[in-house]
Ligand binder design. Structure first.
Ligand SMILES: C[S@@+](CC[C@H](N)C(=O)[O-])C[C@H]1O[C@@H](n2cnc3c(N)ncnc32)[C@H](O)[C@@H]1O
Length: 256
């Protein structure tokens, strides 16, 4: 019970840092959406898409720009409020991937951008299968920190040392997709690499929105952020960071 409550608190801790989340987090390159279309074998344009765990709408806006008929689904009050500020023209439904508030066979694609690991797959996978039309798909993706790059690996080590009970790294995050094939879905996967250039302050805004820091109070967070500012400036003295990502994409199709 305690574990379940803590999990729920961590999952919803984003609400308190929704503005930082929206400003700081990386977006997704166009190549991601090309890859989803290729793995699915269908176009996003005109597809009925549910973007579950939509947060502040970072992926929802990009899906809409690709012509998808997208509805955002978000359980957190804070994230939903930020979504309405950032994306007032897009529809948002309050809901949870473990219990989708949609009819059977009503969607072509269910996307989880950086969000599927917050669901309970024993519930969210059957829910997705129920709501998808035949030939529809679930697409999950994560921007994983590229720890083949030394400064990124060093940052992970600093987080693990500063927050041993909270920081568990990003290795294995996509293992959550192991539930798709046993449920009868046809699974395809791709791994993309991309990078963004940003200021150190922007990078710290992103860090503030990470669940392992978001779930701390501002006083506990401050020394971790100060140490991080110093370490990143030592690596990038001109204050412009090049941050690499591995984008891990899975598309799981409901057979027709
Ligand atoms: C890391 S954020 C991703 C936000 C957005 N999709 C993006 O790409 O930036 C994870 C989101 O999942 C939401 N979430 C947490 N538990 C969830 C659940 N069981 N079902 C759906 N979303 C959930 C959180 O509130 C948060 O907005």
């Amino acid at each position: 019970m305690t574990e379940r409550r803590n999990y729920r608190e961590a999952a919803l801790s984003f609400g308190a840092v929704a503005a930082e989340y929206d400003r700081g987090r990386p977006g997704y390159p166009d190549e991601l959406f090309d890859t989803v279309e290729r793995l699915w074998g269908r176009a996003l344009k005109g597809a009925r898409v549910l973007d579950v765990g939509a947060g502040t709408g970072i992926a929802t806006r990009l899906l809409a720009a690709r012509g998808a008929d997208v509805v955002a689904v978000e359980p957190s009050d804070g994230m939903a409020a930020r979504f309405l500020l950032s994306s007032p023209a897009l529809p948002l439904v309050r809901g949870d991937g473990d219990d989708l508030p949609f009819h059977d066979a009503s969607a072509d694609l269910i996307t989880y951008a950086q969000a599927f690991h917050w669901t309970h797959p024993e519930r969210s996978v059957p829910e997705a299968i129920r709501v998808l039309r035949p030939g529809g798909a679930v697409a999950t993706w994560w921007n994983v920190q590229d720890e083949t790059v030394p400064w990124v690996r060093a940052r992970g080590r600093r987080m693990a040392a500063a927050l041993p009970d909270r920081y568990h790294g990003y290795g294995g995050i996509s293992a959550h997709t192991a539930h798709f094939a046993p449920a009868g879905l046809a699974v395809e996967r791709a791994v993309l690499r991309w990078e963004r250039r940003l200021t150190v302050e922007h990078l710290l805004t992103d860090l503030t929105s990470r669940s392992y820091l978001a779930s701390l109070g501002p006083e506990e967070r401050a020394p971790v952020l100060a140490a991080e500012r110093e370490a990143v400036l030592a690596e990038f003295p001109d204050g412009v960071v090049v941050e690499p990502f591995v984008l891990d994409v899975t598309v799981a199709v409901k057979r027709g």
